[in-house]
Design a protein around this ligand. Structure first.
Ligand SMILES: NC(=O)c1ccc[n+]([C@@H]2O[C@H](COP(=O)([O-])OP(=O)(O)OC[C@H]3O[C@@H](n4cnc5c(N)ncnc54)[C@H](OP(=O)(O)O)[C@@H]3O)[C@@H](O)[C@H]2O)c1
Length: 217
């Protein structure tokens, strides 16, 4: 059984891939540029964009049987293409998961994401307008994460788990506080998120609160 990683060339995704391979898992990665991935006998690199309507279904139809999907993709800074990305990706992922009988879905949002049923972080009213004002395209990414969070809450037929990290940095895994709500501004490492994501994908005993809670570091 393999893990499908979306965003495998990103900060979190590259650590997820490395850790999954180190732990003996089969990994399928759908990426725009396979040259950014390491070459490994247990890594199947599929070239494609998440904007391609068939790419995600094709990735789940590849020779490997997919056990779980980790979606750590996201708009790159300065991506100002107004076409919806992550909400559409979520729809396609769910459609393909249902079709291929894949049950476990792990998704990485951000601490500034507004999530129904969870208090907004107190600092959000200051940080969010600044992020939105900067010419980074963050306004689109933030709005999409809010929309995705709303969509995820409505999923009942797929076993999903989200996390809401604040600032992610390089470094040793370090401590992870689970279920922090509202999220704090504490940093977390890409390594720690990779560990958390893999546990969430493969270990049904992994402490994920009620399994549906969003948690931040
Ligand atoms: N970094 C942070 O400090 C931080 C903090 C809080 C929350 N988050 C959230 O965590 C998630 C992951 O963040 P990250 O920093 O680990 O990611 P990242 O380094 O920004 O990487 C984004 C990934 O998504 C991929 N991607 C973007 N558009 C794509 C497309 N059209 N087709 C295929 N792949 C596409 C990128 O591929 P390419 O390599 O081809 O560009 C890359 O692999 C995002 O949702 C982000 O909002 C990040």
């Amino acid at each position: 059984m393999a893990l499908l990683v979306l965003g495998a060339t990103g900060g979190t995704g590259s650590k997820v891939v490395a850790l999954a391979l180190a732990e003996g898992h089969e990994v399928v990665a759908l990426v725009r540029n396979p040259a950014k991935l390491p070459s490994h006998e247990r890594l199947t690199a599929l070239q494609g964009s998440l904007t391609d309507p068939h790419a995600i279904d094709n990735a789940m139809s590849c020779k490997k049987k997919i056990a779980a999907v980790i979606n750590v993709a996201g708009r790159r800074p300065y991506d100002k293409d107004p076409s919806p990305l992550m909400p559409v990706v979520l729809e396609r992922v769910l459609e393909a998961m249902r079709k291929h009988g894949v049950k476990r879905y792990v998704h990485q949002l951000g601490a500034a994401t507004r999530v129904e049923g969870h208090a907004d972080a107190p600092w959000m009213s200051i940080i969010k307008p600044i992020l939105t004002w900067l010419p980074l395209g963050a306004d689109l990414a933030l709005a999409e994460n809010d929309k995705v969070a709303t969509m995820i809450k409505d999923i009942t037929d797929v076993d999903w788990i989200c996390t809401r990290p604040a600032f992610i940095r390089d470094g040793e895994p370090g401590m992870v506080l689970r279920g922090v709500d509202p999220p704090t501004l504490a940093t977390i490492t890409f390594e720690a998120l990779a560990r958390w994501s893999l546990d969430a994908a493969f270990d049904p005993e992994s402490p994920t609160d009620d399994g549906r809670n969003l948690c931040g570091p």
